[in-house]
Design a protein around this ligand. Structure first.
Ligand code: ZN
Length: 251
């Protein structure tokens, strides 16, 4: 659409009752759903009327943060600097180093990004060719996510007497976690960026689905039984969840 940096995907839908314009923060894209009775002219009128709204919504999406030397990344909610260290190897290909600060700085979840003083924060070091560093970092983050999620799923499962068949960690943009009817729990690797209690809540949520495949009061009772910070975690995801998608989006 003229004047917009982002293309608007137009989708015909037999089931839609009206024109619907949606912005996906995770994909940085807009979709216009067109019902059968609307013409393309109706659709473009509708877009023109909502142009300002759309522009504001798109502008409000936080800038992506590619995995780059010197970039800033939250790990378990703590701000880390990224260092691509070349051929040097210490503890494998990716490792963390503590910062000089007395207390680690919690990540800045606002759209402004990293604070200016970068020297003293903890670091994630990635060895090897810089071209491969983003992929290596992403693989490492997914493994760390799987480690934390496996431990927390086991803990919640033990408390509730429920066992997951398998845990898989993937790059899914629409949901933080899901539970299949066969007992396989899937999670987004990006949960490792969030504060630990948020990952813990999503683990508890999916474990509770092993017993209750719905969001009934009985389900929420199970979740709260093992996760007292449920409301706080839900609020966190509502407010900051979308910002987790700005990191390493293109890897
Ligand atoms: Zn659920």
């Amino acid at each position: 659409m003229a004047g917009l940096d982002t293309p608007v995907e137009v989708r015909r839908s037999a089931r839609a009752g009206r024109l619907i314009l949606k912005v996906s923060e995770a994909r940085r894209a807009a979709t216009l759903t067109v019902p059968p009775h609307a013409s393309l002219e109706d659709a473009s009128d509708f877009l023109a009327r909502h142009f300002d709204w759309l522009q504001d919504r798109l502008a409000a999406i936080p800038e992506p943060v590619p995995f780059r030397d010197g970039a800033c990344l939250p790990l378990r909610g703590i701000e880390h600097g990224l260092s691509f260290v070349g051929p040097l190897r210490r503890r494998g290909v990716v490792w963390t180093e503590a910062g000089d600060r007395v207390r680690d700085r919690p990540a800045d979840w606002s759209a402004e990004g990293a604070p200016p003083d970068s020297s003293s924060r903890p670091r994630i070091c990635i060895a090897g060719a810089p071209d491969h560093a983003p992929r290596r970092l992403k693989d490492w983050l997914a493994r760390e996510a799987k480690k934390d999620l496996t431990a927390r799923v086991a803990w919640h499962g033990q408390t509730l007497g429920l066992t997951a068949k398998r845990i898989s960690v993937r790059d899914q943009s629409t949901r933080w976690g899901s539970c299949s009817s066969t007992g396989v729990l899937s999670f987004s690797w990006r949960l490792i960026l969030a504060p630990h209690f948020v990952l813990d809540y999503v683990a508890a949520h999916e474990v509770a689905h092993l017993e209750e495949m719905n969001h009934s009061p009985a389900f929420w009772r199970l979740v709260r039984q093992t996760m007292p910070r449920t409301d706080e975690a839900k609020r966190w995801l509502k407010t900051h969840g979308a910002t987790l998608h700005r990191y390493g989006a293109s890897v």
